[in-house]
Design a protein around this ligand. Structure first.
Ligand SMILES: CC(C)(COP(=O)(O)OP(=O)(O)OC[C@H]1O[C@@H](n2cnc3c(N)ncnc32)[C@H](O)[C@@H]1OP(=O)(O)O)[C@@H](O)C(=O)NCCC(=O)NCCS
Length: 208
């Protein structure tokens, strides 16, 4: 597939958008961002709401990066919904200059590996986020649109289903499977397979 040039537009203008700007390799030019209104503190140009932006630009001109992550109880469909409006557009796959993605790792289009995160011979789908300092160990299989929070650690051969969320500092034991649409709360320690999607905290206690 021919990739458009390294000109990026961010979808969203909040805190994660600012983090993406900080994690961008120097060779990449960020044209601006879409958002319902201009965001104070964003150092790049506001390009209007998504609909206006799509009328002004064509998919061949830029690559996109989804700048939405979740606050509070995550809306696991949010990123998927936003990305879904951009069928036919290209997304940029971001590896921060201080992150490590080993040679035999695979990252799907639009996945974001933030500062000091490590992906060690693992496979990630499209539009995932491996946030600051998270570790995804050998032979993990991470499906599309999975958010892995800052400092979370996934041991070897963990599998995570699509549209899941692993919170800040959570630990997932090697070999464990997590089904699609699951939330693992911050600081959780997951030592065995989760059989049903839900919200899990502590040592795998289900709260939702
Ligand atoms: C798990 C989580 C999604 C639950 O959020 P919520 O549905 O709003 O839950 P509440 O805050 O109402 O808490 C419900 C109960 O679960 C407990 N709880 C919530 N999160 C917990 C966690 N991570 N570990 C242990 N207990 C937790 C609360 O203390 C509360 O207990 P109580 O009913 O005995 O008072 C949220 O707490 C969480 O961990 N979010 C992840 C944050 C994160 O990683 N952000 C990344 C930003 S980059």
């Amino acid at each position: 597939m021919t990739q458009p040039d390294n000109t990026i537009v961010l979808l969203g203008g909040g805190g994660h958008a600012l983090s993406l700007l900080e994690a961008m390799p120097a060779a990449v030019a960020v044209k601006g961002y879409t958002a319902p209104e201009p965001s104070p503190g964003m150092p790049v140009r506001w390009l209007g709401i998504d609909k206006d932006f799509r009328e002004l630009y064509t998919p061949g001109e830029v690559r996109l990066l989804c700048a939405f992550v979740y606050g509070g109880r995550p809306d696991l469909e949010l990123r998927r919904r936003i990305i879904g409006e951009y069928a036919g557009w290209h997304f940029y796959t971001l590896v921060a200059p201080t992150a490590t993605v080993t040679r035999f790792s695979r990252l799907g289009e639009g996945t974001e590996v933030m500062h000091r995160a490590v992906v060690n011979r693992a496979t990630l789908g499209r539009h995932c986020v491996v946030n600051t300092g998270a570790v995804v160990e050998h032979d993990c299989r991470i499906a599309d649109n999975v958010f892995i929070g800052p400092g979370a650690v996934l041991g070897g051969e963990v599998s995570v289903g699509a549209d899941s969320f692993i919170g800040l500092g959570a630990m997932v034991r090697n070999g464990v499977s997590i089904p699609p649409g699951t939330v693992v709360g911050m600081g959780a320690v997951i030592t065995s397979d989760i059989s049903e999607p839900g919200v899990y905290v502590g040592h795998g206690r289900r709260i939702g």
